[in-house]
Design a protein around this ligand. Sequence first.
Ligand code: FAD
Length: 395
Amino acid sequence: MQTDVAIIGAGPAGLALAVALKGSGLDVTLIERSPEASLAAPAFDGREIALTHRSQAILRDLGAWDRLTETEIAPLGEARVINGAFPLALRFAPPASGEPLGRLVPNHAIRRVLFETVSGPVGTRLLAGCEVTDLALAAEAARLRLDSGEEIAARLVVAADSRFSAARRRAGIGAEMLDFGRSMIVCRMAHERPHDATATEWFGHRQTIAMLPLHGAASSAVLTLAPDEAARMLALDPESFGAEVARRYERRLGAMRLISTRHVYPLVAVYAHRFAGRRFALLGDAAVGMHPVTAHGFNFGLSGAVLLAAELRRAVARGIDPGASGALSYYASAHRRATLPLFLATNAVARLYGDHRAPARLARAALIGAGAALPVVRRAIVARLMDARPALSAG
Ligand SMILES: Cc1cc2nc3c(=O)[nH]c(=O)nc-3n(C[C@H](O)[C@H](O)[C@H](O)COP(=O)(O)OP(=O)(O)OC[C@H]3O[C@@H](n4cnc5c(N)ncnc54)[C@H](O)[C@@H]3O)c2cc1C
């Protein structure tokens, strides 16, 4: 089979690129190892994605946002960061525009609406239930082999196959990997007291607990723990788990009850050494796998998809080969500039907040104190979250 663009991975980033390339004139083939049924109706995976205003605008322009139901969108009114038992909290509130800081949407709902959008009448070719087992990048074409034995020749291969991308490795691109040695348990909890649309990140002793506000008296709990402790928590029955989360959270939201399945993720941040090469580009977590504490992984995946699509459209308009390095180099450098500062800052913050020794605890208190006293710092962070620059520069 021959195609212009082969996208490996129909996760949210790969799907967003496929949608953004609709109508570009490029023949797009999406290759995904999961079966089609699980793409059409993805299962809850515990993740609630905090979307910036720009990401919401991109999803709207792609035609995906309006497919979300009202109950799938939860406003994020305010965010607070608390350090251990220190009374001072760092608060991030939007300016008095009436708009929330951001909005939370479940990851599986984002996947569903992007899949619905991509599967229109002039749909992208989908090869679901297929795994890429081999990749060769040559000057005239990229060649992919699937586990079915099928071979695909593509002018460009885009790998959006997760932070542990096998395609990145096959393309000979290395990555910085930072293993925080922690696991994250994510699930939904109902609670006694209201959350007031406020997300709270609490850095306690040997644990971090984030509570993200959902509809009603319910939150998404994100517990960052040592892996053995996470395994012990997962072994608890639902009732004991609810009581244990409430206890660990010092009953700030009162009694708690588990209302979803529980999911666990290893905490590993990844940054690829290069985002593009001959007939090859990296997208989503395969390029930048963020630590979730600053909630930017998918926001970057989405902005990267739009940026890459715009470059490919430009190449088509100028009659340039979309797999030629000239068409990819602007994407690679612009996406690096957009992501590297926050990637480094996030890791520094995550390291500081994951360190339980006394000097680190004091440094955190000092940082929160300084942040609380410096409105300019808070305003800069809020501005980043509320960034509502034009969504699509494609065309
Ligand atoms: C607990 C948690 C909370 C998060 N919160 C936020 C947040 O608030 N805001 C935010 O912006 N981001 C957040 N993120 C990050 C966000 O979830 C990711 O950035 C996003 O899901 C990455 O999408 P992706 O498409 O790049 O990769 P993935 O979602 O990993 O998808 C990769 C796809 O590729 C497929 N695949 C892999 N290998 C192959 C192969 N060989 N052949 C074919 N298919 C293959 C997989 O089956 C999968 O469907 C969070 C992450 C976690 C873990």
